[in-house]
Design a protein around this ligand. Sequence first.
Ligand SMILES: Cc1cc2nc3c(=O)[nH]c(=O)nc-3n(C[C@H](O)[C@H](O)[C@H](O)COP(=O)(O)OP(=O)(O)OC[C@H]3O[C@@H](n4cnc5c(N)ncnc54)[C@H](O)[C@@H]3O)c2cc1C
Length: 398
Amino acid sequence: MKSIKGITFIFASIAITLYAWISAGATRNITAGLALTTLSLTFMLATRVKLLEKWFNGIEKMYFYHKLMAVFSVILLVMHHKSKGFGLWSERIPARLGDIAIYLFISVVIVAYISKKLKYETWRWIHRIVFIAYIIGLWHGFTYSRKAFTSVNLLSLVIGVYAVLGLVSGIYIIFLYQKIGFKNNGKIVSVKRLNHDTTELEIELDKNFDYRYGQFAFIKIFQEGFEKAPHPFSISGGKGNKIFFTIKNSGDYTSDIYQNLKEGTKVKIDRAYGHMLLEKGKEKQIWIAGGIGVTPFISYIRENEKIDGNIDFYYAYRGEENAVHIDMMKQFAQKNPNFKLNLVDSKVSGYLNFDNYKLENGTTVFMCGPVKMMDNFANVFNKLNSTVELVYEGFKFK
Ligand SMILES: Cc1cc2nc3c(=O)[nH]c(=O)nc-3n(C[C@H](O)[C@H](O)[C@H](O)COP(=O)(O)OP(=O)(O)OC[C@H]3O[C@@H](n4cnc5c(N)ncnc54)[C@H](O)[C@@H]3O)c2cc1C
């Protein structure tokens, strides 16, 4: 299990919190105390910091545990509210603060689960209300359990450390990340429309950009009319201070890129993320790309002359009009006999199928494409040979 360090961190945080409340003989408020720790973890897991990304093996896993901690916190808060016998709207002001915090938390968690219908930007703004609820919750805890917060013992230390970590994480991700997290400034030097819906951007940065083939980055585009939120895209090539993104029109922002983006526009990029590191695969590899999920593989093909191991590459798309960079792939395959190119047009030959595939021991399978496709293939590969290493990434982490 590659997120082992991250999961241990969560369990250790929970264990030390329980121990601190029990050893202080303050079990009456233990559920609320635990909720303060799990809320602090919820904020930490939204920060995209490198250390946590490493511990959890990718920011999409961080987001998964972020959601889990948020739901767990709400359950704890409801338990706390019930155990105190509070009604829907309390009499006393400090208890009312607790009511407000709980209602805000519950509303945001519900919105997060029905958010598919909301615009991503709207959802992001609503999401931030949780930070106000967290501050109100801390204030409520402070007014009710002042002793637990202010005495000098393990309990106040645990409460203090997690409160500071939660507050700093919230302030960082809401107010600072957009300003200080994007350290790479650049401009778009070329905008190429590759087909009817896909654009390729070539960007020149003010300094060299460090990434591994298979990784992605968040980009902010400073052209009038463009949404301000950074969007994630796989890096589809580049060396030194040059970087490419290949972007399919799939919503407001990406359609703006296809239709309106101009050369010369200024951009900012944060850093490279992601655990799908193509160079870290074993000698024998299988690459599977579905649709625009081909972009992380393009970076390797674009920037390398020769491959060392053996790669079977499957690129699945629906109709040749939807495929990109097929010529580049064919040229790469000609130079590299160990690179077996399989172009699978589902309009012609149906969906890819690995049910009878001879999967050798010591193979790494890299996949990027629709989540359903990858889950299905992961099941098939696990049944065929449980020793293979499966590394895959979807283009979604809401
Ligand atoms: C790790 C990763 C790598 C990706 N690489 C590529 C790529 O190489 N090429 C490509 O074409 N697409 C890629 N995507 C998908 C791309 O980020 C979305 O298609 C794009 O952000 C959609 O924005 P929109 O406004 O056009 O569409 P919308 O309809 O607004 O959004 C569609 C979906 O995209 C996601 N999304 C939207 N905005 C954001 C945001 N600011 N941050 C995170 N997710 C968001 C949400 O899940 C949303 O439901 C990648 C996504 C991820 C997570």
